[in-house]
Design a protein around this ligand. Structure first.
Ligand SMILES: Nc1ncnc2c1ncn2[C@@H]1O[C@H](COP(=O)(O)OP(=O)(O)OP(=O)(O)O)[C@@H](O)[C@H]1O
Ligand SMILES: [Mg+2]
Length: 354
């Protein structure tokens, strides 16, 4: 059992992944977390799973885009059909067309026999077009037609093939910017983005961190092989909460596995975590508006914490030389000193957690 702040434990109650959750009629399929950001993603996923509309899932790498796509498929009327995943960024563009639509024998050098593509395999099911932002403009035109008309031809073929599929796509790129730069077709974007789902990065839904850490530990223990649920010390918990998780949930999942294997003691301490968990904390001193709303921090508290963050950041940047910190903040040195005193900021002060 992880030591978690009381508020986190209380909010955890309805978080159990797998099985029906409070989102009536929607099986979470191993999606853990209690943040309001995740709840609204699950609510949209629940609604969209009842339909056949195209869904575009956006979010940084490792935020759970594929997991959500799978949950939508599993909860849809297509659940007995296939869910076919294709990573558009991982396949060279000259091969991608044949991967998507198949090819006829002799269509190109090396095409010794005809082969069906992922669109045909996905018939009666869902096709998940991952990293859609990496698709070449030529292929985007063909994809648009296939999605619009639910029909296409194999490479080198003349027969038109019809399929019954639901399209879910995902990207960690900013497609609006790609459209501006003429790298992504606007018409395809609107076709794919009928229902947008944006998954927040983990640093903007910090209340999910401990819930996920516990979930991953328990999942490892269920696998057997000698994993045991361990406890995090208060300092280690603070470090997990302060860290900004550039690799998001995948990074947290890997970390939990690593400490589960490498730390033999039942208590995981802060020095058991990688060094950058401690040294990188100054990157977290500035807070985002969405994290304030996600964590339901009130206005006054958020403003206080923001002031505290700014002051701590400036002090850390200037090795606690107050005159220089005041310069950096463009404020009077005496005002800074007063604030430091009033806010009880000391050299080892914690950065406020959002
Ligand atoms: N809410 C969650 N609960 C449990 N596990 C999660 C959750 N979100 C993500 N994961 C796990 O984190 C890992 C990354 O998730 P996933 O592959 O779905 O992310 P992604 O957004 O598709 O990443 P990428 O952009 O790198 O492809 C997976 O192992 C997944 O099972
Ligand atoms: Mg993915």
């Amino acid at each position: 059992m992880i030591i978690a702040p009381k508020a986190v434990i209380e909010r955890k109650i309805s978080s159990a992944p797998g099985g029906e959750s409070h989102e009536m009629g929607f099986d979470r399929e191993g999606i853990a977390g209690t943040s309001s950001g995740l709840a609204s993603v699950l609510e949209t996923a629940r609604k969209v799973s009842k339909s056949d509309s195209s869904v575009l899932i956006t979010g940084e790498s490792g935020t759970g885009k594929e997991l959500i796509a799978r949950a939508i498929h599993k909860n849809s009327s297509r659940c007995n059909g296939p869910m076919v995943v294709i990573n558009c960024g991982a396949i060279p563009s000259e091969l991608l067309e044949s991967e998507l639509f198949g090819h006829e024998k002799g269509a190109f050098t090396g095409a010794h026999r005809s082969r069906i593509g992922r669109f045909e395999i996905a018939d009666q099911g869902t096709i998940f077009l991952d990293e859609i932002g990496d698709m070449s403009p030529d292929l985007q035109v063909k994809l648009l037609r296939a999605i619009q008309e639910r029909q296409f031809e194999r490479v080198g073929g003349t027969a038109t093939i019809e399929v019954d599929i639901r399209v879910i796509s995902a990207t960690n790129k900013d497609l609006a910017a790609a459209i501006e730069q003429d790298k992504f077709r606007e018409d395809l974007y609107y076709r794919l983005n009928v229902i947008p789902i944006h998954i927040l990065p983990l640093r903007e839904r910090k209340e999910d961190i401990l819930v996920l850490a516990e979930y991953f530990q328990e999942r490892l223990t269920k696998r057997g092989r000698g994993y045991q649920v361990k406890t995090f010390s208060e300092d280690a918990i603070q470090a997990l909460l302060n860290y900004d998780w550039p690799g998001n949930i995948r990074e947290l999942e890997n970390l939990i596995e690593r400490v589960s294997v490498l730390v033999e003691d039942p208590l995981i301490e802060v020095h058991d975590l990688p060094d950058y968990f401690i040294s990188g904390s100054s990157r977290n001193t500035l807070v985002s508006v969405s994290s304030v709303f996600n964590n339901r921090t009130g206005f006054n508290e958020a403003v206080d914490q923001f002031q505290r963050s700014l002051i701590l950041h400036a002090l850390n940047e200037t090795r606690w030389v107050k005159a220089r910190a005041a310069e950096l903040l463009k404020m009077n040195r005496t005002t800074l000193v007063e604030k430091i005193k009033k806010m009880d900021i000391e050299q080892e002060s914690q950065v406020p957690i959002f």
